[in-house]
Design a protein around this ligand. Structure first.
Ligand SMILES: Cc1cc2nc3c(=O)[nH]c(=O)nc-3n(C[C@H](O)[C@H](O)[C@H](O)COP(=O)(O)O)c2cc1C
Length: 172
């Protein structure tokens, strides 16, 4: 089998992009990103994730009002709110892990199609109000909001990681 490092490169090059423009993100782009999310692994393949796409300015501004990262949502073009469907869940920890895998897939797909994205978790502090704003029943449990847009020209995010020697706690 031919081997490449495309996946590892994509993983390393993905950055949280917080300077986004309000240029439109299309329905097709959102569908690509959600499709990538839906191909994440999940326990028993239960696929517990559900999505709300947001392109309307008023709703983006409403979400912005529910997080201290409001400037990101105010400036961006779209967002996807990711939920777990309580009726599809079977194990709290495993379903949350599946949501994390789903969100990471979405971030990687966004980067690949030239969109900037950032995982917003702080908004979970006001999850009930997000459900109210999006007119969703308690059945849907908020996991994250992903802000999306074209990266602004001045966007130049830097990040760093600990060396793996600090992370591997034991070797047998
Ligand atoms: C669970 C989780 C919650 C996060 N919440 C926020 C958030 O509310 N606001 C934000 O700006 N970034 C948030 N981030 C992004 C992290 O700050 C970012 O991934 C980290 O600093 C590493 O930077 P990088 O993604 O560019 O590698 C979150 C990331 C994760 C995984």
């Amino acid at each position: 089998m031919e081997t490449t490092d495309h996946v590892r490169e994509a993983i390393k090059n993905r950055r949280s992009r917080r300077k986004l423009t309000a240029d439109a993100v299309s329905d097709d782009e959102l569908a690509e990103i959600i499709t990538a999310g839906s191909w994440a692994p999940s326990g028993l393949n239960n696929q517990p994730w559900r999505f709300v796409t947001v392109q309307e300015r008023g709703v983006l501004d409403g979400l912005a009002g529910l997080t201290r990262y409001s400037h990101i949502l105010k400036g961006c073009a779209a967002a996807v709110a990711v939920f777990l469907d309580r009726e599809a869940m079977y194990n709290e920890v495993k379903d949350c892990q599946a949501a994390g895998a789903c969100i990471q897939n979405m971030l990687l797909a966004a980067e690949e199609i030239g969109l900037g994205a950032v995982w917003l978790g702080e908004i979970l502090n006001r999850a009930d109000e997000v459900n109210q704003l999006l007119e969703l029943p308690e059945r849907y449990r908020l996991m994250a909001v992903i802000a999306l847009g074209r990266p602004a020209a001045e966007d130049n995010p830097q990040s760093a990681r600990k060396p793996i020697s600090e992370l591997i706690i034991k070797k047998f």
